[in-house]
Design a protein around this ligand. Structure first.
Ligand SMILES: Nc1nc2c(c(=O)[nH]1)N(C=O)[C@@H](CNc1ccc(C(=O)N[C@@H](CCC(=O)O)C(=O)O)cc1)CN2
Ligand SMILES: Nc1ncnc2c1ncn2[C@@H]1O[C@H](COP(=O)(O)OP(=O)(O)OP(=O)(O)O)[C@@H](O)[C@H]1O
Length: 198
């Protein structure tokens, strides 16, 4: 089972890393079109997203759109104390940044207001693989799973809508899922928006 996840991760990561800058640009522009149509996006005021790494779907056009609409953006920051958890820190044009241990840029959190995960409206999550039924396979750090683990205890708990953001080819009919994998509410790709009905 774990070997399955490892092999699948390697395959999907290779595939997305092979995309050309032009293909990435087209995919990001397509995903933006679908995103702009979603009511949950239009309503969201506090939105967490990510800065692309390892061939992930580029969020730059989404960042531009959100800023032009006055939405508040947040980025994940590796929690300095609580093992393998994320903080969400405001992200503006002026936010000082540094590289984290994975060499992904993140805000320097010192003295800045953080927003607890449950007080966000929408979280656009990076992923390595997904299923149309809301399954998510990540990079393997368990960061998002731990941060949103409260969702497993009670589906009714208030909290942000969790939406995976990915290239459509990252979809698999079957994913080797584990009990701690937090299910997504929707997945948005360059081809469509998969909405999950539980
Ligand atoms: N863009 C982006 N930001 C993100 C995530 C993500 O998946 N994408 N994360 C989502 O959780 C968190 C960081 N998690 C990550 C986990 C592993 C690797 C990674 O590249 N692992 C290497 C091994 C690196 C090492 O340990 O030295 C690898 O697997 O090749 C990157 C990010 C927070 N920020
Ligand atoms: N809620 C949790 N509590 C404790 N440990 C967890 C939890 N969720 C995940 N883990 C641990 O984290 C490790 C990585 O999990 P997994 O492979 O599902 O990460 P991932 O979803 O691919 O990564 P990410 O969420 O960072 O993108 C696993 O070994 C698992 O035991």
């Amino acid at each position: 089972m774990m070997q399955d996840r490892k092999t699948l991760r390697r395959q999907l990561r290779q595939q997305r890393n092979a995309l050309t800058p032009r293909q990435q640009k087209i995919a990001a522009a397509q995903a933006l079109r679908y995103l702009g149509r979603q009511l949950w996006f239009r309503r969201a005021r506090h939105i967490a997203l990510y800065l692309p790494n390892d061939g992930e779907l580029d969020t730059a056009p989404i960042i531009d759109l959100c800023r032009s609409q006055g939405k508040h953006l947040y980025l994940p920051v590796l929690h300095p104390v609580r093992h393998n958890r994320l903080w969400f820190t405001p992200y503006t044009r002026r936010t000082p940044m540094r590289l984290n241990r994975y060499r992904i840029a993140e805000p320097i959190p010192q003295g800045r207001p953080r927003r607890p995960a449950f007080a966000l409206d929408l979280v656009l999550m990076p992923l390595v693989g997904f299923s149309a039924s809301g399954g998510r396979l990540g990079m393997g750090g368990g960061y998002y799973d731990r941060t949103f683990a409260y969702r497993m205890r009670s589906k009714g708990l208030r909290g942000p809508k969790l939406v995976g953001l990915a290239h459509d080819f990252q979809r698999r009919n079957e994913l080797p899922l584990e009990p701690w994998d937090v299910p997504l509410d929707a997945i948005l790709t360059d081809r469509c928006c998969y909405r999950i009905s539980y």
